[in-house]
Design a protein around this ligand. Sequence first.
Ligand SMILES: [Fe+2]
Length: 408
Amino acid sequence: MTTISSNPPPTPDFYQYPPAPIQRAEISPEGDWVTLFWEDDSVLACYYLWLQENDFDQGGIDRATREGLLDPAELVLEKKIKNALIDEFGHLTIEWLAGPVAHFNSGWLKTLAADHHRAEAFIPPCIPWRRIDLPAPPQHCAQQVQKDANAMAAWLNDLARYGVTLLVNAPTQPEFLLAFSESIGPIRDSNFGRLWDVHADQALAGKAETNSTANTGLRLGPHADLPTRQLPPAFQFLHCLRNETLGGASTLCDSLAIIEHLKAHQPDDFNRLTSHHWIFFNRGPNLDHRWSGPIIDYSNAGRCPIIRAFYPVKAFPDMPKKDIPGAYQALRRFQQLAASDQFELRFTLQPGQVLCFDNHRILHGRDAFSMQGVRHLQGIYIDRDEIDCRTRVANRLADNHATPSEER
Ligand SMILES: [Fe+2]
């Protein structure tokens, strides 16, 4: 039976971990490593300087902020491990060659052995999809997501897996999206504003100035927004307030599935799309956003490459002259695949729905529509850091891996 300490060693975060008694500890002959073993065959090797950094009692971690205090220049190379003891509760005690002992929480150490400290932890892996795999975006109830932690986790997990979800049963009040999105995390501003309108209205046709093709009734082929930025916004939410026009179906496709196809069937095109740069350029009287990058950009890739594929702002080839014909050929094929029945799904966005998608991964578009009636969407951008943060928190709470500590 596990004995639970009423006062376990603190952890360098604000979570309380279930007890995970360490079975045994082995020190390397030089005293610079201690390897920990658990009954379930989990293993964790800890370097002595890393243990110094996480030693509360010697000032390695600040108790108020739980952040590291040790400048690496101040690490003591001679302070090696003399002994490693497992206390009666299964926690680790380190005796150094010099100085007071250090205590480490077994539950926290076990999470490291399980790789739960990695960036990808608590976020479901991507599932590439074609139309046959995902004929419609996974639906979640906006009201449930707002009030229920499990519904929030389910929505965020589908967004991570498929890169797209459709929230339904949302109100149709303007600016609902602002409050909803800010409950997830800080939204990302741009020259379009924090909350931007996609507004097509017959009464305004030909009168209002527009700063984007989005505000016309023209078709928008498969694209991803703001390739003119070094780091385009990773997620986009589009809230439908009114849609009374004819046509204007929304389109979506998954670049990860297209990349799989290209690698298997058209590797030369894949190489051109990932290596030849184009200059993307936002036009405007007082704007000069520009960036140069390939259509499939792995330079900043985490979960997926960044797709830079918004032809209205793709301005110039940025490659040797000899590469230009092949680059155009590859880009034309890429866009044809993105709009093909094999990869593209099509649906009509209804009032009270919020389309949420990964703007690095998913290409979105819409059919042309008549300017009779009103079509009014509101959108926001939000960065991956905020979505990933909320997903990790939702999943670690839902899975009961750790609970927030009441101690500050
Ligand atoms: Fe767009």
